[in-house]
Design a protein around this ligand. Structure first.
Ligand code: FMN
Length: 352
């Protein structure tokens, strides 16, 4: 395939994406601040953390925070999870009525114990009749809005385990029910997040349908985008863990694809980005929980930094964006010139 064909515009049920590099939904991570930065740095589509359809149906207080997006985050996809088709339908209506997103995704891939034991996420890979009812409920609810309808997409795994791979059946079912795109995490439920992704099964999915099929699992840099697309012919890629601590990954991939060098960030550059990220977190969450949940990201960002043991100990217990700023400023001052050197940030991609 020609290099220029890997990165391209994509049409999802009438919604145009500038490029086919998507940020995966990551519960507890891909909130409004995280997505805003990924988007500014080149992601073609960003997806919310998974939103519980029952909580949305009963208007839980957490929903506005989960579904909040910035003005520039368009198109945006909200991902729903649950196991009651009528709650999915209610959620779709709520999202469209309130213009919360341009795309709605159904989670059939999450392997977290509390999600699977409640009959949602990956559990649906074992329940084709229920999975079908959920997709039909979402598409039907969306169709009620006529020209205002939004495309419904589905995110699946290869199957429950290696003996029960059924991703092709699910991809065909999704298309048959009116879904506009399927994303395939190229692992089974049993593989959770480890083991080599089996992209060749995604090729079978791609060959079985006309709607776009997106490949997901271990995509890191442009080489892995090319490798995955070469193997399965997918229409785009979804990137999850590789964006954790390397929020500029979309920029890197787009630059590599354009034959340019990746930007050489210095520690000082990344500190500016972290401060911005911290401010956005402080603005979104009214209590300390926001900064507490941001601490893990501070540790990802600073992994491998020069003489950073003390810095990281302090970031582990940080409570406010002001504190984040002053701890980082002190570190910057202490390491001086080293902070300004290019390539010092991390031997970044060797450690993913
Ligand atoms: C911390 C974490 C949270 C996740 N949350 C979700 C989620 O809310 N919805 C979902 O469909 N997948 C979720 N996933 C799965 C990712 O979207 C993605 O499918 C998976 O990480 C494989 O892609 P990767 O190898 O690029 O990380 C999560 C994964 C991780 C590691």
């Amino acid at each position: 395939m020609c290099a220029e064909n890997y990165i391209k515009e994509l049409n999802i049920g009438g919604v145009r994406l500038e490029n086919n590099l998507m940020l995966a939904p990551l519960a507890g991570i891909t909130d409004y601040p995280f997505r805003l930065i990924c988007r500014a740095l080149g992601a073609g589509l960003t997806v919310s953390e998974m939103v519980n359809v029952t909580a949305l149906t009963y208007k839980s207080k957490t929903i506005p925070t989960l579904t909040r997006r910035s003005a520039g985050e368009r198109p945006f996809s909200i991902q729903l999870f649950g196991n009651k088709p009528e709650h999915f339908a209610n959620s779709v209506r709520h999202i469209i009525r309130n213009k919360l997103s341009e795309i709605i995704d159904i989670n059939m891939g999450c392997p977290a114990r509390q999600v699977v034991t409640s009959g949602s996420g990956s559990f649906l890979m074992k329940e084709p009749a229920l999975a079908r009812a959920i997709i039909e409920a979402c598409v039907g609810a969306s169709e009620e809005f006529g020209s205002e309808r939004v495309p419904i997409t589905v995110k699946i795994r290869l199957g429950w385990d290696l003996n029960t791979i059924n991703a092709v059946d699910y991809t065909k079912m999704a298309e048959d029910c009116g879904a506009s795109m399927v994303t395939v995490h190229a692992r089974t439920y049993s593989m959770k997040f480890s083991g080599t992704p089996l992209y060749h099964h995604v090729a079978d999915c791609k060959n079985a349908v006309k709607i776009p099929v997106i490949v997901n699992g271990d995509i890191k840099l442009y080489d892995s985008v090319k490798n995955a697309i070469d193997i399965c012919g997918a229409d785009g890629v979804m990137i999850g863990r590789a964006a954790m601590g390397r929020i500029w990954i979309f920029n890197d991939i787009l630059r590599q694809a354009a034959g340019k060098r990746m930007l050489d960030f210095s520690i000082a550059d990344v500190i500016k980005l972290i401060k911005l990220h911290g401010r956005l977190v402080g603005a979104l969450y009214s209590d300390i929980n926001g900064v507490e949940s941001f601490r893990k990201q501070l540790l990802w960002y600073t992994k491998g930094w020069y003489d950073s043991a003390k810095l990281r100990e302090r970031l582990k217990v940080v409570k406010t964006p002001d504190e984040i700023d002053s701890i980082l400023d002190e570190y910057l001052h202490a390491i001086g010139d080293i902070a300004m050197q290019r390539h010092k940030v991390i031997g970044a991609y060797d450690i993913i």
